[in-house]
Design a protein around this ligand. Structure first.
Ligand code: PEP
Ligand code: MN
Length: 350
């Protein structure tokens, strides 16, 4: 439920509304707006009688949020949420950041070279997994803590912010020490205790859609993060299981405008896992930007043939540079632009 205050409501009136909400046994979330303040009521499981709140001084109206995901919905917050992971790298606004890098961090040489290639081509953030969720327990599981240290080194070398996955609750704290944005992978989208832990870490989060999750499931999972007080959440379409083995996943482009209509959170797209096929990544990356995606997450490796994971869907560096050039033209055609790598003038972009 949302309590909308009158234009010009006093601080004391807003504080009284929050106090009554707490007396009713719920939590109050005051949200100052450009025109007027709203006070969200959270912690309820079902409809709450708002008559007591409606009668308070300074209250304009009480709105019942009809969606099961409350704080994530546009009913709760009509205007787009901006998520900034580093100065100049903001998701959800007019500029579109592209996050790129290898599936896994493999060595100092590999990740620093990849970071330079990403930055030089015009990517705004570096991705790379230190803790990897692999289908087989015998596959490469990532370099762990050493991988995190190498990501921090790559950031020092290039200035690119780091997006990297946390696999479990222990690792989440370690990942938070290094990451500018914590990735929650498709397999963990419904790991509710991990969502709660990460929601409390106070870092931007990139939440990937589960491979068998509906868009409503994705929004419900995001609600766990917001319920812990973290509004810095980026959603990510990464393809869902389908009956057609021709691609690794079915890249659900419609999910982009669909989720953006239902939620104020930014929605990015991962055409690498979405297709699983290198030669499909550029066309579907272009399509995602045309569909209105607020960013891309792309796998690029200095030498994909030697990659320790997901080499077959990783772009070669020159292909990544082409993807950036082509998506920039598409972004500009729809009134947006690509975010420049931090520390570079827009005119010096690759
Ligand atoms: C990844 O980004 O490398 C990854 C494991 O993605 P997903 O969780 O979408 O499979
Ligand atoms: Mn991968």
């Amino acid at each position: 439920m949302l309590v909308v205050m009158e234009h010009g409501a006093t601080d004391a009136q807003i504080a009284r509304v929050a106090e009554v909400i707490r007396e009713m046994g719920y939590q109050a979330r005051p949200m100052p707006g450009a025109q007027r303040t709203t006070v969200g009521l959270v912690g309820n499981d079902g409809r709450v009688d708002g008559s007591q709140l409606e009668a308070l001084d300074g209250v304009a109206e009480v709105i019942h949020v009809s969606k099961p995901y409350k704080q994530v919905s546009r009913e709760w917050k009509p205007d787009d949420t901006l998520v900034t992971i580093a100065p100049g790298v903001t998701f959800g606004g007019p500029t579109i950041p592209i996050i790129a890098g290898p599936c896994s961090v493999e060595s100092e040489e590999q990740i620093v070279l990849a970071a330079r290639q990403v930055r030089d081509a015009g990517g705004a953030a570096l991705r790379g997994g230190a803790f990897k969720p692999r289908s087989s327990p015998y596959s490469f599981q990532g370099l762990g803590r050493e991988g995190l240290a190498l990501l921090a080194l790559a950031r020092r070398e290039t200035g690119l912010p780091i997006v990297t996955e946390a696999l479990d609750e222990d690792g989440a704290h370690r990942v938070a020490e290094v990451a500018d944005c914590i990735q929650i992978g498709a397999r963990n989208m419904q790991n509710y205790s991990l969502l709660r832990t990460i929601g409390r870490l106070g870092k931007p989060v990139l939440l990937k859609r589960g491979m068998a999750a509906t868009t409503t499931d994705l929004l419900m999972s995001a609600e766990y993060l917001l319920a812990e007080g973290n509004t810095q959440v980026i959603l990510c379409e990464r393809g869902i299981r389908s009956f057609d083995p021709a691609t690794r996943n079915l890249f659900d482009l419609t999910a982009i405008p669909l989720v953006q209509k239902l939620s104020h959170l930014p929605m990015v797209a991962d055409p690498s896992h979405g297709t699983g096929l290198r030669d499909k990544v550029i066309p579907m990356g272009r399509a995602a930007i045309a569909a209105g995606a607020d960013g891309l997450l792309v796998e690029m490796h200095p030498n994909p043939e030697k990659a320790m994971s997901d080499g077959g869907q990783s772009l070669f560096p020159d292909q990544f540079a082409r993807l950036v050039r082509e998506t920039r033209a598409i972004a500009e055609a729809i009134g947006r632009s690509l975010a420049a790598p931090p520390g570079t003038a827009p005119s010096a972009r690759g």
